[in-house]
Design a protein around this ligand. Structure first.
Ligand code: GLN
Length: 262
């Protein structure tokens, strides 16, 4: 299937970036030199994506916020997080408005044309939400004809369903600004299913009666941090710090805190 190839290319691209860094020397550690004039890194995210990023008491919290904080602490940077539309993150990082983007973002082949990615820190699955008595039973049913699929605009769920289903005239895609809006459209019968990342999907299904997740999934992907193609120094710093936090178990600990093992 086309999807498998797409994911493989993305994984290879990420691996190539990582391999390039492996030969480079480690950046100077600032762990033990308390910086009073620490530079601030601005992270762009879309805090509508629990448990990776969401608002709690007007603060952006979640897996990405905590990993980003751990990376910045390690590197001696202050961290500022800005909440923007998901599809504005890549252009904002590309244009230098934000230092990096972290939003449960899939390191896809298409996005690699515009930004670079660190190594991956988590796996995402494009899951399918349906109503409890839906006729849709598997991912293949989505392209059986006449199905309307709700997605969050600009996400990989949108891109896959647009390319594989809508452009092939096998169904229709309705795009929403927020995943939660796509789910509302499902509960009110405006769409037949929602294709969205599995962790937010679980949260949405829990919060809305009458919905369920299919066992059959649409695609598997890798989440990574997006950095401007013009800022290799920062890419290298973030990637090295992230690699260390993966190796020492910090990333796993943060993920386990938000996603208790089933
Ligand atoms: N993983 C999906 C993507 O990168 C969705 C991310 C999101 O909605 N925050 O497109």
């Amino acid at each position: 299937m086309k999807l498998a190839k797409r994911i493989l290319v993305a994984v290879l691209a990420v691996a190539m970036v990582a391999a390039c860094f492996a030969g480079c020397s480690k950046p100077e550690s600032s762990e033990d030199t308390e910086k009073t004039d620490a530079k601030t890194l601005v992270m762009a995210t879309n805090a509508e994506f629990p448990p990776y990023e969401y608002f709690e008491n007007e603060q952006i919290v979640g897996i990405d916020a905590e990993i980003a904080k751990a990376i910045c602490d390690k590197l001696g940077y202050k961290l500022e997080i800005e909440h923007i539309d998901f599809d504005s993150i890549i252009p904002g990082v590309q244009g230098g408005k934000y230092d990096f983007g972290m939003a449960g973002m899939t390191a896809s082949e298409d996005r690699l044309k515009n930004v670079n990615f660190t190594q991956s820190y988590a796996t995402g699955i494009q899951a399918i939400i349906v109503t409890e008595n839906s006729d849709i039973k598997t991912a293949d049913d989505l392209s059986k004809g006449g199905i309307t699929i709700g997605v969050q605009k600009g996400t990989t769920g949108d891109i896959y369903c647009t390319d594989d289903i809508e452009k092939e005239n096998l169904g229709t895609v309705e795009r929403y600004n927020k995943g939660a809006d796509a789910v509302m459209a499902l509960t009110s019968g405006k769409v037949d299913c929602v294709v969205i990342d599995n962790e937010p999907a679980k949260v949405f299904v829990e919060k809305n009666k009458g919905l369920k997740l299919l066992d059959s999934t649409y695609a598997e992907e890798d989440y990574a941090i997006a950095v401007s193609k013009d800022n290799d120094a920062l890419l290298k710093e973030l990637d090295t710090a992230l690699g260390e936090l993966i190796a020492d178990g910090t990333v796993k600990q943060i993920i386990d805190k938000y996603i208790p093992a089933a």
